[in-house]
Each structure stands twice: as C-alpha cells, then as structure tokens.
Design a protein around this ligand. Structure first.
Ligand code: SF4
Length: 225
C-alpha cells in the first residue's frame, strides 16, 4: 500500500474504512463467551484470563447451573469452586477472585453487577479489559476491549504503537468512533483469530491489506504470506 499517513485525522479515517471492511467480513463478530446475565459474564471474563473462550464456555455450562447468584459464589467453599474451574488454569486465583468479587457484589451492590468503570475496577479479578467487556455487553456503554488479538492487529494496522493494553485502549479511543468501540474490538479479535494470526498473518488473503502498513514493514516481509 502507499505510505500510511500517521496524522490522527488520517488514522481515524483509515480506522473507519477498516471497520467497514471487517463488519462485512465478520457480520457475526461478538463476545464469544456464553452468558445470560451480567453476573455470568463477570464470572466468565474472570475465568477467560489466559484461557480460550471455548474452554471457558465448557466450564461455565455446568457452573452456571450450580451457582446462580452472587451469594452462591461468595458462600462457596474455596476448594469446591477451584475444582469447578480447574481446567481454566490459574484456578486457585480465579476461584478466589470470583468469591471475593461476588462477596463485594453482595456487600456493596445488592448482589448485582455495577455499571460504571470505577465500581467495576473495585472488584477482585476485574481489570480494564473485563470492565470494558461488561460495560460494552451489559451496560450499553461502549468500551474498547484490548485482548492479545485486538492489540496485535491494531499495532499491525498502525492504529497504535503501544504494547501496554491500557495505552493501546487510550490510542484506540482516540481514533475509533465511540459508538463503534465495542464492535470494533470484537471485529479485530475475529480478524486476529481468522487471518491476522500472531505467527503467520495471511496478508495476501486479508480484506484490509490495502489499508494496512504491516506487509511493507521488514517484519511483514519476513513473516507474511
Ligand atoms: S494485511 Fe496482514 S498484518 Fe495487516 S491486518 Fe491483514 S493479515 Fe494483518
């Protein structure tokens, strides 16, 4: 592609064009964690750290039948909950965070999941990524969700140079239209899984290759196919 302009206005314009293409390529882009209410999504996102959504969905299927309220999780014995989530990895920490977060929901929020970033970040096991998932999915408040796929694809597309997820989020908030924050995040994740994979991005088959500076970089020339 022609040399990419790095002004914020140019980047914003290119980001909109990227989103339009990705929306066509991935019309079903969405959160791939299964849930039916905010509490289930909170538990699922805590379990999803360093674990695939598919694995989390296997674990939460029986889990959500056994534990239905924040009090159910808060009152569960630590070892019992650990065994229920053991295949998600880091199960001791995740079980502890779920119990503590749900204890806080019972003590401070009437057993419901709060709907502001500040309150969500007070909960154990909830960082900005989890909070943005909850805001975007349940609170009708758009959030930029930066996971490993979103961050990698955004960097390759020249939408950010940052590697720290919080800084990536800040950059993307500047160049993405706010109403598209949530869907843009999901679209980049879908694209990262399907085409712009970490080790072998399939640039020749990519629907945004003419908008992406990566294939012309030294790294892109070395690894892209
Ligand atoms: S052109 Fe290559 S690096 Fe750029 S988004 Fe597409 S697959 Fe990823």
């Amino acid at each position: 592609m022609a040399k990419v302009k790095r002004t914020q206005a140019a980047t914003r314009k290119r980001a909109v064009a990227v989103l339009e293409r990705l929306r066509q390529a991935y019309p079903d882009a969405r959160c791939t964690l299964d849930y039916t209410n905010p509490l289930e999504l909170l538990v699922a996102t805590i379990l999803a750290a360093q674990c695939t959504d598919a694995r989390v969905n296997e674990v939460t299927k029986p889990l959500f039948k056994q534990y239905r309220t924040a009090a159910d999780y808060a009152d569960a014995p630590q070892d019992e909950l650990e065994q229920a989530v053991v295949t998600c990895g880091f199960y001791r920490n995740k079980a502890r965070n779920i119990r503590k977060a749900c204890g806080a929901l019972v003590a401070r929020f009437g057993g419901t999941v709060p709907e502001t970033m500040e309150e969500l970040l007070e909960l154990d096991g909830v960082g900005r990524k989890t909070a943005n998932v909850l805001l975007g999915e349940c609170a009708q408040a758009a959030g930029v969700v930066v996971d490993t796929h979103c961050g990698r694809v955004a960097r390759r597309l020249g939408l950010t140079r940052q590697t720290d997820p919080v800084k990536v989020e800040q950059d993307l908030m500047k160049v993405w239209p706010q109403e598209a924050w949530t869907i843009f995040s999901h679209s980049l994740v879908f694209h990262g899984r399907a085409v712009c994979q970490a080790r072998s991005p399939r640039c020749s088959a990519c629907c945004v290759k003419d908008l992406c500076p990566f294939p012309d970089t030294a790294e892109g020339k070395r690894i892209a196919r």
